[in-house]
Design a binder for this molecule. Structure first.
Ligand code: FAD
Length: 212
């Protein structure tokens, strides 16, 4: 869960022997943060995560920070003769929910299902490429709209200092309706349209297990 403090939002992932930390900032704030310097940034992190205060010196300079510009969009169409775009090339995902990589992999699986055989047979046409977009358009639109809602309801107001955490109705439902907590996990893991790797792409043991 992200941590909120004033207009500061921090998300940390605990790796084996380090923390990977995302500081979420309003667009255009990067130059201001860098101008304030590393001491000020360390203080921000320590304020939001007091448990990390004794190690913020690990951020040795502002050069340790990398700006990742968040975009949420999609193009149409994803294909031209001889070209198919999938993943972020077709639909840039925001970090909200941590699903962009899953969606990109699912696109790749759907593409393998639809274009590997015609490619091998030398019969690939634009309709094969179009079938990949047709299959993946719906889950992309659904997930991007969920990301948009999270952005508008949580991160947008939070980086303006107007919200200190997820909206309370969401917290209430999450605390009192146990099955609701499973929804995000299912959405992240499988998405609204799960894909299944074609047999030729599976390890032999996996194919055997499936056919048994
Ligand atoms: C700040 C931020 C945080 C995010 N956090 C998460 C997260 O926690 N979980 C999650 O699931 N998603 C997250 N996302 C979304 C996720 O990063 C993308 O949806 C996902 O990486 C898309 O995968 P992709 O393979 O389509 O594209 P990319 O991961 O962008 O891969 C494209 C690759 O192509 C390479 N490339 C570009 N041009 C060329 C070229 N001309 N020649 C050769 N190679 C080239 C690039 O270097 C890159 O390695 C985040 C996005 C942002 C912006």
């Amino acid at each position: 869960m992200p941590r909120f403090s004033g207009a500061d939002v921090l998300l940390s992932l605990t790796r084996k022997d380090f923390y990977q930390i995302a500081y979420i900032a309003e667009k255009g704030k990067d130059p201001q943060l860098r101008a304030e310097g590393v001491e000020s940034f360390r203080a921000r992190v320590a304020r939001i995560r007091p448990d990390l205060a004794d190690r913020v010196d690990e951020i040795s300079s502002m050069d340790d920070l990398h700006l990742l510009d968040v975009k949420l969009n999609r193009i149409k169409p994803w294909h031209k003769p001889g070209l198919l775009l999938i993943g972020d090339a077709a639909h840039a995902m925001s970090p909200a929910g941590g699903v962009g990589i899953n969606l990109a992999i699912q696109d790749a699986v759907a593409a393998a299902q639809r274009i590997a055989r015609p490619l091998l047979q030398g019969t690939l046409g634009e309709s094969d490429l179009a079938s990949v977009q047709k299959r993946r358009w719906f889950p992309t639109v659904v997930i991007q709209n969920v990301q948009l809602v999270i952005q508008k309801a949580v991160f947008g107001p939070a980086v303006k200092g107007r919200l200190m955490g997820p909206p309370s109705p969401v917290v209430f439902v999450a605390l009192h309706v146990p099955w609701f907590r499973k929804l995000p996990a299912l959405m992240i893991a499988f998405g609204p349209r799960p894909e299944h790797a074609p047999d030729f792409a599976r390890r032999k043991s996996a194919v055997t297990r499936k056919s048994v």
